[in-house]
Write a protein that binds this ligand. Structure first.
Ligand SMILES: [Zn+2]
Ligand SMILES: [Zn+2]
Length: 450
């Protein structure tokens, strides 16, 4: 029988994140992303401290992939073939290091290579140093931007794209009978839209058969997305700076802000806001460490700590930083703009203020689908701290998704990584909504379940 490329969707087709897709040809297989899908049992899982792979497989947290897990990690409850009994050779490729794309990479059997961009690995190592670790301990391989890795008859190339994290890529995957593009997460209205446009230029030179495109920002209502491209292409990340300044420039208030420190552009945004307002920027030590390592900036303050139990490199950044005590922050109030992440929210009880504002700028908890979100709002209310959401999405708008799909012009258009992929319609290719757990073979205008 003629050999065909098999594509299987394990998870993340109708959720924001947790995308796991395999593409295989003969005995080689690549797996695209290996992250976490948010589920109601999330908090219970945090208490699992051993035999992660077996327990996560039993709970259906890890995808049931044949020939991928070692025999010793598979229980009788799970009907999958162990890797020791499979001819299949696998490599895993991560698009970027948001948890929904990489939370489980440390659990991949050590005999399988896991790739990510060099920049992703650089950030991953910094996050490890600040204790922001994923489960499991193993080594990783890197792929450079525009580099192609050959794996049997599969060729995979990484293209840099703009997303609200350092090091994000889309992948182009070519087999003898199929060319596929996996977008990862991306946007056209951030600070580096040229990266995404360059990726589009490069991949659109190929005759792409299948496009897997994220659809995070597609909502529950079908909207007319024949929108004005010029207006849409305004830089939403850059527009945040004047927006934040406008909100607080006349305020005699202590200002706190909550960001996700993997978003380097957002650290820069608050750095610029502080400069323009003449306030001193006060960072939590993990963010200060990332800012000093990746951005080389030093003119920030950190909060004085009595005791530090962290990596030596982080301690060095602390020792070389300007420090402020909680008393100084209480006295100086409106001279500062102070980072406060959710994990540190109790420290707001130790800072005095007459008036305070909390700018929530895409830090955790991201929205009311996270049970901590209402807790955060309630906590701030009780302390009479005014909450303001001022953020920008790391994901393409529906209009930009349509533009991206129509530029790539794949035969098959497969929206994934969103709650409402069925609401994204584009004028290019046949739209296909795959079922999780099924494997497909695509050819021109036909698809077979295999
Ligand atoms: Zn994602
Ligand atoms: Zn992401």
């Amino acid at each position: 029988m003629e050999e065909r490329t098999k594509i299987k969707f394990y998870s993340g087709t109708r959720t924001i994140g947790g995308t796991v897709i395999s593409i295989e040809y003969r005995d080689e297989r690549i797996i695209l992303d290996f992250g976490l899908t948010v589920t109601a049992i999330g908090n219970i899982m945090k208490d699992i401290k051993s035999d992660y792979v077996r327990k996560y497989l039993d709970l259906g947290i890890l995808p049931k992939i044949d020939g991928f897990y070692s025999e010793k990690d598979i229980s009788d409850k799970v009907n999958i073939k162990p890797l020791e009994k499979s001819r299949k050779k696998t490599k895993v490729f991560i698009s970027h290091i948001h948890l929904d794309h990489m939370h489980h990479i440390g659990l991949v059997d050590k005999s399988i290579d896991v790739y990510m961009s060099k920049e992703s690995l650089e950030l991953y190592n910094l996050l490890n140093n600040i204790g922001d670790k994923v489960i499991g301990d193993r080594g990783y391989s890197t792929i450079s931007y525009d580099e192609t890795i050959k794996f049997g008859d599969i060729n995979i190339t990484a293209f840099k794209v703009d997303h609200d994290i350092f090091g994000a890529v889309s992948y182009l995957v070519k087999t003898p009978d199929l060319t596929a593009v996996y977008s990862g997460d991306l946007r056209l209205n951030g600070n580096h839209s040229e990266w995404t446009f360059n990726m589009l230029e490069k991949v659109s030179k190929f005759k792409v058969n299948v496009l897997f495109l994220e659809s995070t920002n597609v909502g529950s209502i079908i909207k007319d997305i024949s929108c004005n491209k010029d207006k849409e292409l305004q830089n939403a990340e850059k527009a945040l700076i004047p927006k934040i300044i406008e909100e607080i420039k006349d305020e005699k208030a202590t200002v706190f802000f909550n960001i996700y420190n993997r978003n380097i552009d957002r650290i820069i945004a608050f750095y610029e806001v502080a400069k323009k307002l003449g306030r001193k920027l006060v960072l939590e030590l993990p963010t200060a460490y990332i800012a000093s390592k990746l951005l080389g900036i030093k003119d920030f303050y950190v909060i004085e700590e009595k005791e530090l139990n962290t990596n030596n490199e982080v301690i060095e950044v602390y020792n070389n930083s300007n420090k402020l005590s909680l008393d100084e922050l209480s006295e100086g109030g409106c001279q500062y703009i102070i980072e406060n992440s959710f994990s540190n929210i109790l420290s707001l009880l130790d800072i005095k203020y007459e008036k305070a504002i909390y700018i929530h700028s895409n830090g955790m908890p991201l929205g009311d689908y996270d049970s901590n979100y209402n807790g955060m709002r309630d906590f701030l209310n009780r302390l009479c701290i005014e909450y303001k959401y001022i953020g920008a999405s790391g994901h393409a708008t529906p209009c930009d998704l349509k533009f991206i799909a129509e530029k790539i012009k794949a035969d098959w258009f497969i929206p994934i990584h969103g709650f409402y992929p069925e609401n994204l319609h584009v004028d290019s290719g046949i739209r296909f909504l795959p079922e999780e757990g099924k494997a497909y073979a695509f050819k021109d205008k036909s698809v077979d379940i295999i």
